[in-house]
Design a protein. Sequence first.
Length: 148
Amino acid sequence: MIKNRLAYRNYTPIKEFTAGIVLTGPEVKSVRQGRIQLEKSFVRLIQGQLYLVGAVIHPYKYSSEEYDPERSRKLLLQKKEIEFLASALQRNRNLTIVPVICYNKNKYIKLKIALARGKKKFDIKSVAKQRAIKREQEKEIKEVFKRG
């Protein structure tokens, strides 16, 4: 399971979907080894189809087949879900679709995507500050219990 750590940091997810990915054989083997990067990737809607753009799947070292590691890959969703995402993106320009998690389900590679709203810089900083404050409080509580 490969997580996009920046997705929850930079975006507030509204609704999540599970999509299949169209991959070649060496790409599947490489993803199963965990050699995929989702950090700078996003999902784009092109002519009624969803594509994963910017994800890097490193070449499988035992394959002689060459492929572009950064090519766009088609995502497989139900038609109703694609229409929902298209209408949501059309109604609200502040929304985007980001990949969150890539994982194996039986013999398939699945990608969890989220319809999300981008956070402002001050939101990101305030969340980090709150996390640091909470961490300090927990540390102080542990020290009090160790003494007493």
